[in-house]
Design a protein around this ligand. Structure first.
Ligand code: DP6
Length: 320
């Protein structure tokens, strides 16, 4: 009744922002992401009849505040009549800082919980269960380039390309640590209810998805760069136009954007994307990784830089 799984965070190039059904956590738009290789969350789930309640430890600390969302996800995988579970999570990157820690956490959680019950659900069902807990988590069930589509009453995720077929590098510039002021779940609802740009955002998403899908099929870096930066800045414009405004950037985020523009002006194949946090993620060809890393490390107020290739989807690992 115990199993362990590992999942990697994913970075959206065409973003999920907004929900069409809040109760079931269904997204308003499709999205396309890349799954990382070198940052990961390892999660073990043990169902134990002697426990009175679920327990959760994250990086060796009890985290009761996060427990309700974890327990609800376990109910969805194992059924409400399940035994209580001991959940132990550990990650090798900062959580709650706009680095999609919830994506890798819930992807690993559904895989571990499914293995612990012995149910053996398929990847599509696990992706749907992970997405019900956190929309972006559905994509971390798949490696490389993944697309999430709204399918009737559910979501459907598929792999557009494996990491090996088009290996790109991701350089993450950490510009602030610590939890963000507004969680993405809450911020999406503020956008939906108040931003005058929200409906146009939803309407236009299919165009951006089609362009990114084609760029990935053709392995056209310039095309992917152009549509990914456009989609990212459009999503943040929706947030900036909401009331209250939601601004995740700090001055170092902008300094990092200028660093990317300077690299692009020198002919380096690199582009940026920014999620619900102040970190900037630069995507580049592996040959340019060292140069991008150096330039972001030298950018004022950047605290740390993480580097990763693209990797595989969530999977069970041997219990340790
Ligand atoms: C900006 O998946 O964290 O990173 O479904 O409410 O848990 P919930 O939201 P979450 O939102 C991710 C938002 C984003 C864009 C993306 O990853 O597509």
């Amino acid at each position: 009744m115990k199993a362990t799984a590992r999942a990697q965070p994913n970075i959206a190039l065409i973003k999920y922002w907004g929900k069409r059904d809040v109760d079931r956590n269904l997204p308003a738009v499709g999205s396309i992401s890349i799954t990382l290789a070198d940052l990961s969350t390892t999660m073990s789930v043990e169902f134990d009849a002697s426990l009175r309640n679920d327990t959760l430890s994250v990086n060796d600390r009890d985290k009761p505040a996060m427990l309700p969302r974890v327990s609800a996800c376990l109910d969805n995988v194992a059924g409400k009549q399940r035994e209580a579970a001991r959940v132990i999570s550990s990650g090798n990157f900062p959580i709650a800082a706009g680095l999609a820690s919830s994506a890798s956490a819930f992807a690993a959680l559904v895989v571990a919980a499914d293995a612990a019950t012995g149910a053996g659900l398929d990847t599509a069902s696990l992706a749907s269960l992970a997405g019900a807990a956190s929309g972006s988590a559905a994509r971390s069930l798949y490696g490389g380039y993944a697309e999430l589509t709204n399918a009737g009453d559910d979501v459907a995720v598929r792999s557009l390309r494996s990491a090996d077929e088009w290996p790109l590098s991701v350089v993450v510039a950490i510009t602030a640590t610590g939890p963000k002021a507004v969680g993405s779940t809450e911020a999406m609802e503020i956008s939906r209810k108040t931003s005058p740009f929200y409906s146009r955002w939803v309407e236009q998403q299919e165009l951006d998805l089609a362009e990114a899908r084609a760029a990935i099929a053709e392995r056209d870096f310039g095309k992917l760069a152009s549509v990914a930066e456009h989609n990212c800045l459009k999503m943040h414009s929706v947030m900036w136009g909401s009331r209250p405004p939601v601004v995740y950037w700090n001055s170092a985020t902008l300094a990092c954007m200028q660093t990317i523009r300077a690299l692009q002006a020198r002919g380096v194949a690199v582009f940026f994307t920014i999620d619900a946090g102040p970190q900037l993620k630069a995507v580049c060809e592996p040959a340019d990784e060292a140069q991008v890393r150096e330039a972001l490390t030298a950018t004022e107020a950047v605290q740390d830089v993480l580097v990763s290739g693209l990797g595989k989807g969530a999977a069970q690992v041997a219990d340790g």
